[in-house]
Design a binder for this molecule. Structure first.
Ligand code: GDP
Ligand code: IMO
Ligand code: MG
Length: 425
């Protein structure tokens, strides 16, 4: 499958990083097409954990190239820290990490704006990484992009032209919240700050910047295997998610095309990652949410280690919602699902699965029997307890009409804790 898109089918943290790392074993390159360092993608190999926020999840393979396309918003210091962190673990991305010249840069005022908004009534529980304000400035056709680092005077001109609008917004929010209006840089201070950051940080990024979208076109014509790695999840999509409790990019498969400059007809397969239950970080609706103090809520959070990989916040936990999964399969055109964290359900007496909503939007559940055995060592479907097999089959029965099947089941965080359900490729 030369061009494979991987997307989350829920509210993020489905285990995309792990699944991309597994797919990357056979790929030539992994491509991030949206989001920024709001993402936290966890890879575990032989018990060693790596959390990536920006660098694509192909990083652990020396021979796999990593691309950040125009759809990704880049916080330079985070990126450079991540490059250094990998180098300290003996992983070099030099000469195999490429950053699009078109990618917007997250600037200090984007973080300040995000924090200021989150301090007031309109808060939605963002990661406060400046993601929304950066995409806004891009949509306003005013972004400072990675290519501007090749000519810092161009970036300075943009700051001189466009920062005043952000400064006004910052001051207005500060006034509204009764905080210090003067703590924000003036236009000339913002320019100074940029020049300082340029010398200390941004120059280090310059060598990675190139015309990524044209390179990807050449690689596609060359028949290379590319994995397009989504961040966040379908219901955090700025258009199709639970608006306004969403992120600010297109997290769905179509976002891979616009985010990486790739034509829809060049996509060969869309793989949806679905957790065996539901989690969400931040505010917004979650129909199958369990009380955090309930026995099952605690079980999912503790056994599943459901704490954000980016902010460390406890994730809200709930039963699997097949209404969401079906919708995600439709929106993304998923042919395959990888079901993750099935092992976390071991030890629950019974499992509820939402199959529909009633007229009030409340989930209608079916109850399935649970299993007590640990399944983290299972590598073949026939070794699963029959109840676990039935749970997987139950899910598949609800998506088969959409020409989608469960392809693989993941039973632990490690790269090798995953198996295919059938012999097909
Ligand atoms: P992502 O944002 O979709 O890449 O997911 P995260 O890395 O934020 O969160 C998924 C968490 O579950 C990480 O801690 C993974 O190491 C872990 N994980 C992934 N797959 C499995 C699995 O099948 N079982 C268990 N127990 N943990 C898993
Ligand atoms: P990965 O790629 C889970 C959520 C935030 C918040 C909303 C908007 O690891 O799955 P933002 O900072 O993007 O403006 O926040 O989106 N959010 C995520 N939730 N996983 C993520 O990424 C997320 N990235 C953003 O919690 O509700
Ligand atoms: Mg995550």
């Amino acid at each position: 499958m030369p061009i494979t898109v991987v997307v989350g089918t829920q509210w993020g943290d489905e285990g995309k990083g792990k699944c991309v790392d597994v797919l990357a074993a056979k790929a030539d390159a992994v491509v991030r097409f949206q989001g920024g360092n709001n993402a936290g993608h966890t890879l575990v190999v032989g018990g060693t954990k790596t959390v990536l926020h920006l660098i694509p999840s192909g990083a652990l393979y020396d021979e796999v190239d990593c691309y950040l396309t125009r759809g990704v918003v880049i916080h330079p210091r985070t990126l450079l820290d991540e490059i250094r962190g990998l180098a300290e673990c003996g992983i070099s991305v030099s000469k195999r990490l490429f950053i699009s010249q078109r990618a917007p840069l997250i600037m200090p005022w984007h973080l300040e704006l995000d924090a200021a908004r989150e301090g007031g009534e309109g808060a939605i529980g963002t990661t406060k990484r400046g993601i929304g304000p950066c995409y806004e400035q891009f949509a306003a056709r005013q972004a400072i992009v990675a290519g501007d680092l090749l000519d810092p005077d161009r970036a300075v001109e943009k700051i001189e032209r466009f920062y005043a609008e952000r400064l006004a917004a910052l001051k207005s929010l500060a006034r509204e919240h009764g905080t210090d209006v003067d703590e924000y840089a003036s236009v000339s201070q913002a320019v100074e700050r940029f020049r300082r950051n340029y010398d200390d940080v941004y120059t280090e990024m310059v060598d990675y910047v190139c015309d990524v979208e044209s390179i990807l076109q050449r690689r596609i014509r060359n028949g290379d295997d590319l994995v397009l790695e989504g961040a966040q999840g379908t219901f955090l999509d700025v258009g199709m998610g639970t608006y306004p409790f969403v992120t600010s990019s297109h997290t769905t498969a179509a976002g891979a095309c616009t985010g990486a400059g790739i034509a829809p007809r060049d996509l060969d397969s869309v793989v949806g990652i679905c957790k065996a239950y539901t989690t969400r970080v931040g505010d917004g609706p979650m129909p199958t949410e369990l009380d955090e103090d309930s026995a099952v809520g605690k079980h999912l959070r503790e056994v599943g280690h459901e704490f954000g990989a980016t902010t460390g916040r406890p994730r809200r936990c709930g039963w699997l919602d097949l209404n969401l999964l079906r919708r995600a399969v439709e929106i993304n055109g998923c042919e395959k699902i990888v079901l993750t964290k099935l092992d976390v359900l071991s030890g629950l007496d019974e499992l509820l699965v939402a199959t529909d909503y009633d007229d009030d939007g409340q989930p209608i559940y079916e109850t399935l029997p649970g299993w007590s055995q640990r399944i983290t060592g299972v590598r073949h479907p026939s070794d699963l307890p029959s109840e676990a097999r039935d749970y997987v089959q139950f899910i598949e029965d609800h998506i088969e009409a959409l020409s989608c099947r469960i392809h693989q089941v993941s039973v632990g965080p490690d790269r090798d804790q995953i198996f295919s359900l059938r012999q097909e490729t």
